[in-house]
Design a protein around this ligand. Structure first.
Ligand SMILES: [Zn+2]
Ligand SMILES: [Zn+2]
Length: 739
C-alpha cells in the first residue's frame, strides 16, 4: 500500500495514510469509539463531512501535509452539523406525511434549525407529534448522508424530476454563476445542499419541533408565502430538556405579548411593518432610560447633538455606507422625477460591465427616451461611447440633482459636525452624543417585535481623539457601559474582543503601527478593569478592532449589547484633521459606541428580562392609590398629589370594586407599590403600603412612604430578578448550508 496522504493532527504531529482515507478512517486508526463519536471533520479550517476523502476535500497542493481535526459529539461545531442533518430528516418526514410538499431553504439557527415548506395544508402544533415520530423512524433507520456533485443542467433536471420548483428557480436565477452543485442523498430523500452532514441519520440524538410560522420565499413579502417549521437538536435528552425549559420560560416573557398586554408599544400594519409605535407607558420607560444616560454622558464630558433623519447620498458614498449596504437600506429619495430611472440605469450599466446582467442598446434607447419624458434631457449621453463614459455622463447629471438617504447610520453626520470646526490637539477628545434614529430595510420575514425593526434609535455617540487618548477613552466608555448595565440589573456579562487576522493584514485600513497600538491598548484596558474577555482573531471590522458586551439575561440567554468600535477609516475618508502640538495636521481616531445598541432592542430585551415587571425607577406606573371605598376618594386624591409632586408616576383606582379586587388588578399590571387608604389612614395622614413582591408593609406616614420609595428610585434598586437557574447555551452559529 502506498502512503500518499500526509495529515497534520491538532497536536502538530504529521502522519501518513492511504490516499483515499476519510476522517472516519483516520479516527478508526486511533480507536473505534473515536470513529463512532466523529460527526464531522475540520480540514484546513473548514468543517466538512467526515466521510469524504481528506485529500479530495483540501485544496492544498499534493505533498503538503493537511491540517485535520476530528469534530466529535463534544464539539459545538458538530452540533451545527447535526442540526442541519436534522433539518433534512425533518424535510423528509414532512414529505412522507404531506406528499407534494415543496422545499425552499433549511438553514441552522443559533440553537436549532428550520425548513421553509411550500404546502397548501396548514401545519399546526397538533401535527408536531406525528412529524417527530416520523423523524424518529428515519433516525432509527440510520441511513447514511451521501454527497454527490451535479452540473447546473443536471441539477435543474434532478430538481425538476423531484418536482421541486423553488429549487429549480433558485438554481436558474440565484445560482446562475455556479458550474457545479452538490446534493445530499439520504435514503430516497435528495436535496440540493452545500453540507456538511453527519455520517448517518443515527448520529442525530435528541430532537424536538419548536414552532411553526409564516415566511416568504427568499424573505420577500412580494413572493410566495411559505410555512417555516422550527426544530432543535442536541447531543443528549438532558441538554434538550434544559433548552426546552428555557424556551418555555422565554415564551412566557415574550415582549410582543407583554408589550401588548401592558400597553408598552404597538406595531400597526397601517404605519408599516417594523416601525415601532411607543405607547405612553413604553415611552415612559424609554424616556427614563434616556434621561439617565444623558446625565451620565454629561458627567463624562459628552456634548449632546441633533442631526436630521436624512442626508445626501454623496455623503454616504464618501463614508462607504452607499451603495455597499444598499440592500439593507430604504431606496434613496430623489428630488428629480427621473432620479430613480437614472439610478437604475447606472446599476444596469455596471452589471453589464461586470457581466452579471445583459443590458441592450435597445434598453438604453428606451431609458433615454423615458428620461426625456420625465424632464431629464441627457443630450450628452454617448450612445456609441464606452460603458465608463456612459456611467460618467449619468453620474454628472445625478450629482446635480438632490438625492437623499434615510439615515442608515449617524456616523457621517457626526463626522461632519466634528469637521465643522478647526480642531487643535487641545480640543480633543470631542465627544458627540445623540439618540439618533436610523432606518434599515430589514426583510419582513426577519422582523421581530422590538428586537428587529426598520426604524430604530441608537444611543449613539462618536468620539474623536488622538491615538494617545484611545486608552483613556476606552476605559471611560467601558466603565459607562458597565455602570449602565448594572443599573438595570444586568451584571452577568463577558466581553468579546475582536481583533484583525494577523495572517492577513492587507485587508485592513489604518497603519500596522496604529492597529498594534490599538489592539494592545484594548487588551490592557480590559485586563485593568478586570473584565472577563475572550479574543476573536479575524473578527474585527476592516476599519478597526472592537469590544462587545455579551450579556446574559435572567433565563440564561446571551445578548450582544454595548459595542465599542475603533475606526481608522472614516477619519481617513472624510480627511479629518487636527493640529498637533508639533503644529502639523494629524488624523484623529474615531470611536463609535452605543451601550444599549438601540432603544427598541434594549427595551424589548428588558421587557423579557423583567417579564414586564420593571424595577421601581423604570416602571411606567410606579404607585397606585387604592381607596377602600368612595368615601376616601378625596383623601386618595390628596395622597396622589403629594406623591406626584415628589416626582412619582402615580394613579388612583376610583372604580367601585372592592379593595381586594383593586389589589389584584394592580398586581396584574405589575405596579411596584400600592397605597391602600381608608378611615384609619385618612385620620393619621398615612398610607398602608403594599409591595408587589413582599405584600403588606404596614401603615406609614405619607412623608415616610415617599422617603422610602425615593430612596429605592435613587439607588435604582433592582429587586425582582431572581438569579438564573437556567443554563447558558452557546450558539452553534447560523449557517446557510444551502447555496
Ligand atoms: Zn442541506
Ligand atoms: Zn458610528
Amino acid at each position: 500500500m502506498r502512503l500518499m496522504l500526509q495529515i497534520q493532527l491538532p497536536d502538530g504531529s504529521v502522519k501518513e495514510y492511504p490516499e483515499n482515507y476519510t476522517a472516519i478512517d483516520v479516527a478508526k486508526t486511533i480507536g473505534e469509539r473515536l470513529a463512532a463519536a466523529t460527526l464531522a471533520a475540520e480540514i484546513n479550517g473548514t468543517v466538512v463531512d467526515a466521510t469524504r476523502p481528506v485529500g479530495q476535500v483540501s485544496n492544498l497542493p499534493p505533498g503538503t501535509s493537511i491540517p485535520l481535526k476530528l469534530i466529535t459529539n463534544k464539539d459545538p461545531k458538530a452540533l451545527a452539523v447535526m442540526r442541519h442533518s436534522a433539518a433534512h430528516v425533518m424535510a423528509r418526514a414532512v414529505m412522507r406525511l404531506y406528499p407534494g410538499v415543496g422545499l425552499a431553504f433549511g438553514p441552522t439557527t443559533g440553537h436549532g434549525f428550520y425548513y421553509d415548506f411550500d404546502l397548501d395544508t396548514k401545519i399546526s402544533e397538533d401535527d408536531f407529534p406525528r412529524i417527530e415520530e416520523e423523524m424518529k423512524k428515519i433516525i432509527a433507520d440510520a441511513e447514511p448522508f451521501e454527497r454527490f456533485n451535479a452540473t447546473r443542467d443536471e441539477a435543474v433536471k434532478l430538481c425538476t424530476d423531484l418536482d421541486q420548483k423553488l429549487k429549480v428557480e433558485h438554481i436558474q436565477t440565484g445560482l446562475a454563476d455556479h458550474g457545479s452543485l452538490s446534493f445530499y442523498r439520504q435514503g430516497n430523500f435528495m436535496d440540493l445542499c452545500r453540507g456538511p452532514h453527519v455520517p448517518d441519520a443515527g448520529k442525530i440524538t435528541a430532537i424536538k419541533l419548536i414552532s411553526i410560522a409564516g415566511s416568504y420565499w427568499k424573505g420577500d413579502a412580494n413572493n410566495k408565502q411559505l410555512q417555516r417549521l422550527y426544530g432543535t437538536a442536541w447531543f443528549s435528552q438532558k441538554d434538550l430538556d434544559e433548552y426546552i425549559k428555557q424556551v418555555d420560560e422565554a415564551k412566557k416573557r415574550d415582549h410582543r405579548v407583554l408589550g401588548k398586554q401592558l400597553g408598552l408599544f404597538s406595531i400597526s400594519q397601517d404605519v408599516g411593518p417594523g416601525l415601532c409605535l411607543w405607547l405612553p407607558k413604553g415611552s415612559t420607560v424609554r424616556a427614563t432610560l434616556e434621561d439617565f444616560i444623558k446625565k451620565e454622558l454629561l458627567k463624562l464630558g459628552y456634548t449632546p447633538v441633533y442631526s436630521p433623519h436624512i442626508g445626501r447620498v454623496e455623503m454616504y458614498e464618501i463614508s462607504g455606507h452607499f451603495p455597499y449596504y444598499r440592500d439593507a437600506q430604504f431606496s434613496p429619495i430623489f428630488g428629480h422625477d427621473a432620479g430613480a430611472l437614472v439610478d437604475f440605469w447606472i446599476r444596469k450599466l455596471r452589471e453589464h460591465k461586470d457581466g452579471t446582467a445583459v443590458f441592450s442598446l435597445d434598453d438604453e434607447q428606451k431609458l433615454l427616451e423615458s428620461a426625456k419624458v420625465m424632464g431629464a434631457a441627457l443630450t450628452e449621453y454617448p450612445m456609441s461611447g464606452s460603458v465608463d463614459a456612459k456611467i460618467e455622463t449619468l453620474r454628472v447629471w445625478e450629482k446635480n440633482q438632490e438625492r437623499y438617504l434615510l439615515k442608515p447610520m449617524n456616523c457621517p453626520h457626526h463626522v461632519q459636525m466634528s469637521a465643522s470646526q478647526q480642531r487643535s490637539y487641545r480640543d480633543l477628545p470631542v465627544r458627540l452624543a445623540e439618540f439618533g434614529t436610523v432606518y434599515r430595510h430589514e426583510k419582513t420575514g426577519e422582523l421581530n417585535g422590538m428586537l428587529r425593526v426598520r426604524g430604530l434609535t441608537q444611543d449613539d455617540a462618536h468620539l474623536f481623539c488622538t491615538p494617545d487618548q484611545v486608552e483613556e477613552e476606552f476605559k471611560l466608555t467601558l466603565g459607562l457601559v458597565k455602570f449602565v448595565l448594572n443599573s438595570v440589573g444586568l451584571d452577568d456579562y463577558r466581553m468579546q474582543l475582536s481583533l484583525r487576522d494577523s495572517k492577513n493584514k492587507t485587508k485592513y485600513v489604518g497603519s500596522d503601527e496604529n492597529w498594534d497600538k490599538a489592539e494592545t491598548t484594548l487588551r490592557k484596558v480590559l485586563t485593568e478593569l478586570a473584565l472577563p474577555f475572550t479574543t476573536m482573531e479575524g473578527e474585527a471590522a476592516f476599519y478597526g478592532p472592537k469590544i462587545d458586551f455579551m450579556v446574559r439575561d435572567c433565563i440564561g440567554r446571551e445578548w450582544q449589547l454595548g459595542t465599542v468600535q475603533l475606526d481608522f477609516n472614516l477619519p481617513e475618508r472624510f480627511k479629518l484633521e487636527y493640529i498637533g502640538a508639533d503644529n502639523k495636521p494629524h488624523r484623529p481616531v474615531m470611536i463609535h459606541r452605543a451601550p444599549f445598541g438601540s432603544m427598541e432592542r434594549f427595551t424589548g430585551m428588558l421587557i423579557e428580562h423583567f417579564a414586564g415587571a420593571f424595577p421601581l425607577w423604570l416602571a411606567p406606573e410606579q404607585v397606585r392609590v387604592l381607596p377602600v371605598s368612595d368615601k376616601f376618594n378625596d383623601y386618595a386624591q390628596s395622597v396622589e398629589r403629594q406623591f406626584r409632586e415628589a416626582g412619582f408616576r402615580i394613579t388612583t383606582d376610583y372604580t367601585s370594586s372592592r379593595v381586594n379586587a383593586k389589589v389584584r388588578e394592580a398586581q396584574l399590571q405589575l405596579i411596584p407599590y400600592m397605597l391602600i387608604v381608608g378611615e384609619k389612614e385618612a385620620a393619621a395622614n398615612s398610607v398602608a403600603l403594599r409591595d408587589r413582591i413582599d405584600g403588606d408593609l404596614g401603615v406609614l406616614p405619607i412623608a415616610d412612604a415617599i422617603a422610602k420609595l425615593q430612596e429605592e428610585v435613587a439607588a435604582r434598586r433592582v429587586r425582582q430578578v431572581v438569579k438564573s437557574s437556567f443554563r447558558s447555551f452557546d450558539e452553534s452559529g447560523e449557517e446557510s448550508n444551502e447555496y
